[in-house]
Design a protein around this ligand. Structure first.
Ligand code: HEC
Ligand SMILES: [Cu+2]
Length: 472
């Protein structure tokens, strides 16, 4: 749900109108700012995209309009969180200017927001990086200008007390100051930032989660994420490239606390502009990125398949969400990456078959039990045929929400669920109470919904349900 605020709309219109007016009778000329530089309005795009490479050869007066938006959305499948953002996204929209440009930064704090905010850009030379000039309560706008003196990739963030909390809620982004001589063109550019998040419930605990200040102080993140959501860069969000395309990633760490051992499984960075600065190192496997710091990496995938983007502090990747994919398409090149051969040694026991995912076995009795549990506990709301009630109770039959992660549905049955939810494109915002069922019955009913309503396989065992209850 994207809301364009009235004030934001008229504010942006005002800026545009001022830029479009030309003196009566004169041919259209580039509009000049008071400093004599031509005015350029910064284009803002959602990550992992970023504004295009700068081709102009002279300085400009770049107007940047950033809107602070406090928004509730999914941090993980079935888990919601209230993010504080620059421009509605985590990370905030990337700013892209040229060395020597003057930046006129406007910050708008929407009237519906609850808190004061500001911005500190690491690309600024001056105390506070703009924090003092831009500290405003909801319903206000602030602006200031600065000169982009030094090329590099810089983090910006909110610096309003408690600063760690504002940053932990997603208030960071990056500004790229291109060198005067410009940057070499590449085939693909991506913008990714890592951040640590602290919720009162455990990893993937369902429902709306609150910020946990004590976990933040103890530096015990519940989530470590790329681009503000568990799964932002996997599935439909995966980054893409073709074989032999050059890829450049602008990678930063918002923090507030953890650093990143930034690594892409299956790639070697040809170049790493360490810490987002001027010099590059070559042939790097993993680069360390500090909180409030950045790096620019360049590489060229040579063979097709999925490259996995991780924080190589690995439990963050596999247990807290810091994982993404770059899906590479193109022809195989076995000279660069061979298929491999596996041969049992003489006299060895027959090679174990590659471990297939253990199928969940369901006895006929459990199957009958699943239907019984459904009729007795779920049908009242979701209906006997599983089709639900439009706008009130979401369908469980042919539910894309269910099919995407059937395993996770055990959490919903145990803990209940409330808040916004989209099933087959329809929005629901109801309350499902926790269901007081045994581990066996939760597994049985989920397997019943999976097989009989969604043409799926049985997905859950009672032991898995027992483990789910431990995560809180
Ligand atoms: C009192 C009514 C009620 C009962 C009883 C109930 N649910 Fe729900 N269920 C809901 C509502 C309302 C939602 C949507 C919650 C939201 O908006 O976050 C929901 C959501 C769900 C979802 C996720 C959305 C989807 O359509 O895939 C699943 C799965 C689910 N319920 C399964 C069950 C199962 C299994 C049972 C029985 C063990 C059950 N529910 C019992 C009201 C109910
Ligand atoms: Cu803030």
């Amino acid at each position: 749900m994207k809301k364009t605020h009235k004030l934001a709309a008229s504010w942006l219109a005002g800026v545009t109108a001022a830029l479009c007016m030309s003196p009566v009778g004169s041919a259209p000329v580039a509009k000049l700012a008071a400093d004599g530089l031509p005015i350029v309005v910064q284009e803002l795009v959602a990550p992992p995209s970023l504004p295009p490479r700068i081709t102009r050869k002279t300085a400009a007066h770049v107007v940047v309009n950033l809107t602070v938006e406090e928004i509730e959305r999914e941090i993980a499948p079935g888990t919601r969180y209230t993010f504080w953002t620059f421009g509605g996204t985590v990370p905030g929209k990337m700013i892209r200017v040229r060395e020597g440009d003057t930046v006129e930064l406007h910050l708008l704090n929407l009237p519906d927001n609850k808190l004061p905010h500001n911005i500190d850009l690491h690309a600024v030379t001056g105390p506070g990086g703009g924090a003092g000039q831009t500290l405003i309560a909801p319903g206000n706008e602030a602006s200031f200008t600065f000169k982009a003196l030094a090329p590099g990739l810089y983090v910006y963030h909110c610096a309003t007390a408690p600063v760690g909390m504002h940053v932990a809620n997603g208030m960071y982004g990056m500004i790229l100051v291109e060198p005067k001589e410009g940057m070499t063109p590449v085939d693909k550019e991506y913008y990714v930032m890592q951040g640590d998040f602290y919720t009162t419930g455990g990893y993937r605990a369902p429902g709306l989660q609150a910020f946990d200040m004590q976990k933040a102080i103890d530096e015990k993140p519940t989530y470590v994420l790329f681009n503000g959501a568990d799964g932002a860069l996997t599935g439909a969000g995966s980054l893409t490239a073709k074989t032999n395309e050059s890829v450049r990633m602008y990678f930063g760490v918002g923090g507030p606390n953890t650093t990143s051992s930034f690594h892409i499984i299956g790639a070697i960075f040809d170049k790493v502009y360490t810490e987002g600065g001027k010099h590059f190192q070559e042939n790097v496997q993993t680069t360390m990125v500090p909180a409030g710091g950045s790096t620019i990496v360049e590489f060229t995938p040579r063979v097709p398949g999925n490259l996995t983007i991780v924080d190589h502090s690995l439990t963050r990747a596999f247990n807290k969400g810091a994982i993404g994919l770059l899906s590479v398409s193109g022809p195989d090149n076995f000279a660069i990456y061979g298929k491999g051969v596996k041969t049992p040694l003489p006299g060895a026991k027959p090679a174990a078959k590659p471990a297939a995912k253990p199928a969940v076995a369901v006895t006929p009795a459990q199957k009958v039990r699943g239907k019984e549990v459904y009729e007795a506990n779920c049908a009242a709301c979701h209906q006997s045929d599983g089709k639900g009630v439009a706008g009130v109770f979401p369908p469980l039959a042919n539910s894309d929400f269910f099919q995407e992660r059937p395993y996770e549905m055990g959490h919903i049955v145990i803990n209940g669920r409330s808040g916004e939810l989209v099933v087959n494109g329809e929005h629901y915002n109801g309350v499902m109470p926790p269901q007081d069922l045994s581990d066996e019955d939760v597994a049985a009913v989920i397997n019943y919904v999976s097989t009989d309503f969604n043409k799926g396989k049985p997905v859950l065992t009672p032991a898995q349900v027992r483990d789910m209850r431990k995560v809180k």
